[in-house]
Design a binder for this molecule. Structure first.
Ligand code: 13P
Length: 256
């Protein structure tokens, strides 16, 4: 069975002090729920302190992006080499980075390969816009983003990759895809693309999350779907009670 993975993407929220206080409250509440992998992705400013505060808790830390070079004249950037020992995961290709920070399929691919080379596990975010969705292009866009992100990534690395399907029209809007629709894209498009690239056996082992207005009230519906292995959560991951309920709902839905 694929171990469910719930990752909180805190985006540009929470001060350093708030981040540390938050995980101090969260960790004891999640300590018994070990059947679900739990990840928090704070801002870079808080990453080292959060990692320190979570030592021994079983909760993992993720970065929200990364550069593809190890070192160099890249003002403002953080490299995968620097993240070693601090973060286990890194979100790559989030639609907000694609929309506002010039992230492209090509930079996503470079970041995925660089992260793997330094032992980080990419959470690769893919998803279509409302316009693309309404034009019936979802499968083509999402399948294309998956293929581009994984260009040149060999099968042995697929155990270290998570994919997050985040339809852009569902992020922060309160308009979420139904469990059934999300499952059909995750199973029918993303997992099918992985099967085409790496064979069905490997495709069946890769964890694929849903993201976009996930909250305690709809989490059970998503996690009850056979191809959905977790969630990448923005807003609801900023509240301790909600975060705990998301993890509980995942464990309940998967019967673990
Ligand atoms: P919301 O859960 O706030 O819709 O954000 C989703 C997201 O972008 C997670 O990466």
């Amino acid at each position: 069975m694929r171990t469910p993975i719930i990752a909180g993407n805190w985006k540009m929220f929470k001060l350093l002090s708030e981040s540390v206080t938050f995980v101090g409250e969260l960790a004891p509440r999640l300590s018994a729920l070990t059947s679900v992998e739990r990840v928090v992705c704070p801002t870079y400013l808080a990453l080292a302190s959060v990692a320190e505060a979570l030592k021994g808790s079983g909760i993992k830390v993720g970065a929200q992006s990364v550069h593809w070079e190890a070192q160099g004249a890249f003002t403002s950037q953080i490299s995968p080499w620097m993240l070693q020992g601090l973060a286990e995961y890194v979100i790559i290709g989030h639609s907000e980075c694609r929309a506002y920070l010039n992230e492209t399929d090509e930079t996503v691919n470079k970041k995925v390969k660089a992260s793997l080379a330094y032992g980080l596990k990419p959470i690769i975010a893919v998803g279509e816009s409302l316009q693309q969705n309404e034009a019936g292009q979802t499968q083509q866009i999402v399948g294309g983003q998956v293929r581009a992100a994984l260009n040149g990534v060999d099968a042995a690395n697929m155990a270290n990759i998570v994919i997050a399907y985040e339809p852009i029209w569902a992020i922060g809007t309160g308009k979420n895809a139904s469990g059934e629709v999300a499952n059909s894209i995750i199973g029918g498009t993303i997992r099918a693309t992985l099967a085409d690239l790496y064979g069905n056996d490997i495709a069946q082992t890769v964890r694929i999350q849903y993201g976009g207005s996930v909250k305690p009230e709809n989490m059970f519906e998503y996690m009850s779907q056979p191809d959905i292995d977790g969630a990448l959560v923005g807003g609801a991951s900023l509240k301790v009670n909600d975060f705990v309920q998301l993890v509980e709902a995942a464990a309940k839905a998967k019967g673990i």
